[in-house]
Structure formats: C-alpha cells, structure tokens
Ligand binder design. Structure first.
Ligand code: PLP
Length: 349
C-alpha cells in the first residue's frame, strides 16, 4: 500500500458540533434533542457525528436510506436510529435485520410493515402541509395505524425558516393529529423549528443543519458555531503581469503585476463557480486571498499579492462561514455542506 497524503482537508471541530447540539437541546427542553445525520451527516461524516453526539448524550438519530443505516452498524449502546424514507418492498430484508425503525410515509408502507414487520416498532410521518412524504391527516386518523407499535409520530415543517402563517397552521394540525393517534412520542421541529419556540418541540426535536454550523433563523445567530473548515493546498504561485488575464474565459484581468496562487480545488469538490465574483476568498496566516477568475474542475486561483510569502504546499483556509457564504453565493447552507466532495479528508479536532 502506498500512502498518499490527502489533497484537500476538511477540518471539523468536534467541540463546536457538541456545543451546537447542547444549545439546540437546551432550546428544545424538556423535549429530547436528536440529530439528523442523513447524506453522510450533511457531508461531514455520519459515523463520526453519531459517535461524538452519542458521547454527549444524544440518543435519537435520523438517516434517509437503509444503506446509510447499514453503514452505521453497530450502533453505540442506547442509540436509536430511524430511516426517513420508510420501507420500499426491496428494503424489507434490511428493515427486518437491522436494529433500526422505518419512518412509514404512506398507506402502502403501513400495509407492508403490518404484513411483514413482525410486530416491530416503527415511526410514522404524517403530512401537515409539506406534501413530500407522509400519510395525509385523514389517513393517519382514520384507523390505518391502529395496532401498530408507533414509537415516534412525526411531521415536518415546510417553512420554519420563514415567518408566514404556515408554521402556526402546521402546529395546530399536528396537535390535532396528536390527540387522535397514539404514539410513544411526538416530533415536529427541525433546526429552524426549534428556533420557533417550545410549542414546536413536543417530545423530540430533529435538528440537522444547525448542528453543522448552519444558522436556520435569526434566533440562532451568535449561538451556533462553525464546525466545517475546508482547506485547499497551493500547487504553485505565479506572477501575472498587469493586463494579463487568468483562467477560462479570461474573466479576471490583473490591474497591477500580481502574485497568484493556484490551488488544488474546484467545482468537482463542491466549490462551485458561483463562489467566483461573489466575494469568495481564502486566508493564509490571517491574510486574505480573494478568489479570482473562473473556478475550474479541480483548480482555482487566488490573488496572493497581499498574502506575504504564501507558496507551494501551503494550506489555505476557505472562507466558509455558512450563513455568510450562502448569502453571497446564492447556494443554500445545506448545499454548501452536502456538496463537499470525497477528495476532502475529514479530520476531527
Ligand atoms: C432533514 C430533516 C430534518 C433536519 O432538518 P434541518 O433543517 O437540517 O434541521 C428533520 N426532519 C426531517 C424529516 C428531515 O428530513
């Protein structure tokens, strides 16, 4: 085996992850606070996130698919895991084998679980206005769930990051469902829903984004810490003369003789072209290197003219504060996290 050093690295701050979860748990209390770790923990690594948060006391985790669930075996002691996409016919072997609950999201899934679930507990999603996954309210309250062992009955907020009327409507609808459908626990709020206040917390909350440093609403500002710090490496520096251009399409022209750092990152790593022209940048030893020109597939250029002696093999830290980066790039905080590719080595500190 030849050991090759990682081309890119994602520095991940475990203390910040745990602090974010604790803040969300305090906002949720007396409800219990879980963690959404689908899409490989929003791109940062589901297994590590699960273990760090389980050590801090988190007991309820959510993934999207059975493949994601299988990859997390064996679970830490006392941990519960649910699969948000429920069970297709082709999932039933995994669903009967793994110590994981499906979140049943349609009458077809309920029927399948009733027939082949061997009486095991399940979770159920009821749709209260998202119209994505979930039983309609009249289906859930019409007897379809009788005799099922429902551990968590949940619904999902469509507009929790906004202040329209839909949040109150979904809350009222979910309360009515809770009166009509027995379950051991009830759960409604994601990260933004937690910020809406304790009325939304019920027994269990399911934050994702805010765990990883996203700020879902103003209420979380100043409380959520950055977790993810992407770093790229300089391959070479070069001098570009005043008037010369850099990169595909010649979109950047040097206004003075400039020192340019070419780094080993590109849109194939999730660093998309929209970062250029919108204030994207990196830092090295506290000095700013503005992103210039067009982002290539696996190369990017920074203006290092004011960045001292930065040179080959130095690591540059990308500006990647999620709310600020989302605001300027037009990407969502979710896209900024989950797009980060496999060439980054995930390094927890
Ligand atoms: C992804 C997801 C969450 C977490 O949402 P965030 O907005 O990331 O906090 C919670 N519940 C369900 C059903 C989800 O799909």
């Amino acid at each position: 085996m030849i050991l090759v050093p990682p081309p890119l690295r994602l520095r991940l701050d475990r203390d910040a992850l745990v602090a974010n979860w604790r803040w969300l748990a305090a906002q949720s209390a007396p409800a219990v606070c879980g963690a959404a770790i689908k899409a490989d923990g929003y791109g940062v690594g589901a297994r590590a996130v699960m273990h760090h948060l389980a050590a801090a006391g988190c007991r309820d985790f959510f993934v999207a698919t059975w493949g994601e669930a299988a990859a997390l075996m064996p679970l830490p002691a006392g941990v519960s895991l649910s699969v948000l996409h429920g069970v297709a016919a082709s999932d039933m072997v995994a669903a009967r084998t793994l110590p994981v609950r499906p979140v049943l999201g349609s009458l077809a899934q309920v029927a399948r679980w009733r027939e082949a679930g061997e009486g095991r507990p399940c979770d159920v999603m009821v749709d209260t206005g998202m119209n994505r996954l979930g039983l309609r309210v009249e289906e859930a309250t019409g007897g379809a769930l009788d005799d099922l062992r429902v551990e968590t009955l949940m619904s999902h907020l469509a507009s929790a990051d906004e202040d329209g009327d839909q949040n109150a409507v979904q809350l009222a609808t979910f309360r009515a469902v809770r009166e009509a459908v027995p379950a051991r626990r009830y759960s409604l709020a994601n990260s933004a829903g937690i910020c809406l206040g304790r009325d939304f917390a019920f027994d269990l909350t399911r934050p994702g984004l805010a765990l990883y440093g996203g700020t879902p609403r103003g209420e979380a500002q100043g409380h959520i810490r950055q977790v993810v710090f992407p770093e790229t490496r300089v391959i070479q520096t070069r001098t570009v003369r005043s008037g010369e251009t850099v990169g595909y399409g010649a979109t950047w022209t040097a206004l003075r003789d400039s020192r340019i750092a070419i780094a080993n990152l590109g849109y194939a790593d999730g660093y998309l072209r929209c970062h250029a022209g919108s204030g994207g940048a990196a830092t090295w030893q506290g000095r700013a290197l503005p992103l210039i020109g067009r982002v290539s597939m696996d190369l990017v250029a920074f203006d290092a003219s004011d960045a001292g002696t930065v040179g080959e093999s130095d690591w540059l830290c990308l500006d990647y504060d999620l709310p600020a980066t989302a605001a300027r790039s037009g990407l969502s905080q979710y896209e900024l996290l989950t797009g980060l590719g496999s060439r980054f080595e995930r390094m927890w500190a």
